[in-house]
Design a protein around this ligand. Sequence first.
Ligand SMILES: C[S@@+](CC[C@H](N)C(=O)[O-])C[C@H]1O[C@@H](n2cnc3c(N)ncnc32)[C@H](O)[C@@H]1O
Length: 452
Amino acid sequence: MAHAELDRLQACLNSALDTLRKEMNDSQLPPLSQHSSVEHPLDDPNFLPSARLFEARRLSLACMGELKNLIQSPLDRCFEDKLSTYGIVCIDMLIHTGIVDYLADVPNPSQGVPVAELAAKLELDSKKIIPILRCSAANGWVRETRDSSFALNRCSRILIKGQPGWKLVALPGFMTLVETVSHWVTESEWKLSRSPLQTAFQIAYKTPLSAFSWLIERPKLFIHVAGHFQVFGDTSTPSVIADYPWTQLETPVIVDCGGGQGGLVSAILDAHPSFEVIVQDMEDMVAVTGSIMQERRPIQIESGVLKVEAHDLFQPQPRIGNEYSFILRHIMHDWPDEEASQATILSHLARALGPKSKILIIDIIVVPNVDATATTTINSLSHERADYIIPSHFGSASKIISGSSMHMMAMFNSYERSMNEWEKLVRVSGLRITNVYPLRAQASIIECALDS
Ligand SMILES: C[S@@+](CC[C@H](N)C(=O)[O-])C[C@H]1O[C@@H](n2cnc3c(N)ncnc32)[C@H](O)[C@@H]1O
């Protein structure tokens, strides 16, 4: 009997994995292993895969997700999704308890440490550690090497103190925020509001303030969250540098609006030292960024090649004319349409542009996950032309995007935008899209200029 969907998905997965293997061989990358406790080059956020490797990986993940949806019992999936909340808590506990750091520091990290030892050294209850570590192991974060002995694997390395995953520990109150979304959307007095001041965030955190203003009042948390921003931004930095034609930019100065800790402008300066760069952000952020830059790049600060200045996105842009192009990375998704467009952010920038200036919006472009085939990608990877059934946005391989959209909604009444929504936003702000650059990351670059 023909099992059409199963057969096509299996064929698609095989073809994607064959491409992945070939691209890894061509790039002279070592084999992947979940049994290794050593980082693989692909695990390094700064590693830029070839375009084919990036697509093969995304397509493999999409196929595996679709296969899971196809063969798993719906009720089991329902249980699994509901219980997956504990998976989030387990990642945070691996960090908070010090388990990951301890496992990383033992003389032979791949051998595994008995839970009794972890309990004694970290002053924890071994009865509680076992379910936490087994839940983490089921999610691929650690390995159970013998009954009740656990070892670091290559994935848990990203959670070691100072590593990017460690910086992503959830904001206090995050679970309350998640829980509040349903009440906000279905029964609260703000259920139809589009204001960034009437969201699940204000309900959950019992504040009238916007999320950014609330954070400014809590400097320690603000620095912690700025670390989140930087980690999220860093996921696209190598591709932003490699895949945008920077040398064709006709303006000598690049202004990164809401540029956070300055990671992107630093990477631009390293790759293209002929530019001058300016990081703009809120006053409190600029104080942090200024000292980071002073420490890391004193010569460029001194010479004025790199400037850090306070500027509010909701005020007229002081850098005006043909000298300047502007970057907005992960800024627009923080704001609902009215705040983002004609009323404020983009319009202020549009008024500052010269004819040669560009605005580079670096953000996610949502592709509705309709039941179409992701044909272009699949056919570009494979010689066999086949009728595969991967949704157009790679199905479950787009979970970061759909999750981010939910988070933007809960925090700011905003969302990740589709191409139609980007076009509308740009047009009403007096701009036009001159090009779109897909990245080897979740985000793309939407290049805009004045609409003459
Ligand atoms: C999601 S982060 C993006 C950071 C950076 N662009 C990146 O890609 O890493 C949003 C940034 O917007 C800044 N921001 C928020 N409100 C602002 C405002 N009114 N004026 C200027 N910057 C603002 C925040 O301080 C933060 O650095």
